[in-house]
Ligand binder design. Structure first.
Ligand code: ZN
Length: 94
């Protein structure tokens, strides 16, 4: 069973509950928190959204890394070509 962490609406302390529609008592202040189906949907959407954002972030940083590597390779190839041209010219002048 998945556990979710939420804030007690009364004392604002974090409380851990299992992801199941039920009533939960806050261990800190004793406030009863009703975890309803609607809240369950909300939390699962929020969790999916968070996972999605993390994935997007990882994906974009991976792309950025690849792009940087590509750019470096391109620069290297360019300078290599330049050097080759220079070498040819140098041969001609001999
Ligand atoms: Zn509480």
């Amino acid at each position: 069973m998945r556990k979710i962490v939420l804030k007690c609406p009364k004392c604002k302390k974090k409380m851990k509950i299992s992801d199941k529609v039920a009533k939960y008592r806050c261990p800190n202040c004793g406030e009863v928190y009703k975890y309803t189906k609607l809240k369950k949907v909300y939390f699962s959407v929020a969790l999916v959204a968070r996972d999605f954002l993390v994935t997007i972030k990882e994906f974009s940083s991976a792309i950025k890394g690849k792009y940087a590597a590509f750019k470096n390779t391109y620069k290297y190839m360019k300078s290599l070509k330049k050097n080759q041209k220079k070498a040819k010219k140098a041969k001609k002048w001999k």
